[in-house]
Design a binder for this molecule. Structure first.
Ligand SMILES: Cc1cc2nc3c(=O)[nH]c(=O)nc-3n(C[C@H](O)[C@H](O)[C@H](O)COP(=O)(O)OP(=O)(O)OC[C@H]3O[C@@H](n4cnc5c(N)ncnc54)[C@H](O)[C@@H]3O)c2cc1C
Length: 166
């Protein structure tokens, strides 16, 4: 960098997490970053990309066996992957909360060590209610986003008729 010349002011950015409103529509399913991205503070990016690829492949396989790739076929996929993303998302929010420390959480709730480890290592598809109730004693826990269900054609028709009516 010794020879480098600064050409613009230094900038800081943060929280570039996002989620698509829908995980699928007729004949199309989103996985990985194409569906959602979480701040990778716990290295969840590659895990969620691989896991959604696996779950998405299973969903597509069973849809093809039924010869029906309508959006409805991908409802369970959307619910599962959103459950996983939401669990990790709560932990990401806690990490950035000034009132939260993992050591304080485990001092007060040593019985939750296993749940916390599971969440951090990607065993996300289980019930974390007790863990996040406890996290809520130290940090604001975000409410789940409503995004992530498949775009069902009948919903779309209802939406466009509402728009026309208005
Ligand atoms: C700066 C940064 C740091 C990160 N750090 C971490 C980390 O430490 N740990 C972690 O787990 N995650 C991290 N992530 C997140 C992680 O990299 C992503 O979540 C993950 O790579 C997503 O995988 P993906 O397969 O969905 O998408 P990608 O890895 O983006 O793969 C998509 C592929 O599709 C290709 N492609 C795009 N358009 C087309 C097209 N039209 N035709 C053909 N090919 C196409 C692209 O070239 C790319 O190779 C980080 C991300 C960024 C940006």
């Amino acid at each position: 960098m010794a020879q480098a010349t600064q050409s613009a002011p230094a900038r800081l950015t943060g929280d570039f997490s996002y989620r698509s409103k829908h995980c699928a529509c007729d004949g199309l399913l989103l996985i990985g970053d194409a569906f959602a991205f979480l701040d990778p503070v716990f290295s969840s990016g590659v895990f969620l990309a691989l896991k959604s690829g696996e779950l998405g492949a299973d969903a597509i396989h069973s849809a093809l066996l039924k010869d029906n790739v309508c959006a409805e076929q991908f409802t369970e996929y959307g619910q599962l992957i959103c459950h996983g993303i939401e669990s990790m998302r709560k932990l990401v929010y806690a990490f950035y909360d000034e009132g939260f420390r993992f050591s304080d959480l485990l001092k007060k709730h040593p019985e939750l060590r296993g749940d916390l480890t599971d969440c951090l290592i990607g065993h996300l598809f289980k019930d974390f209610d007790s863990l996040f109730r406890a996290v809520g004693e130290f940090a604001d826990v975000p409410t789940p986003l409503e995004y992530g269900n498949p775009l069902i054609q009948s919903d779309l028709n209802n939406l466009s008729s509402t728009v026309v009516e208005n």
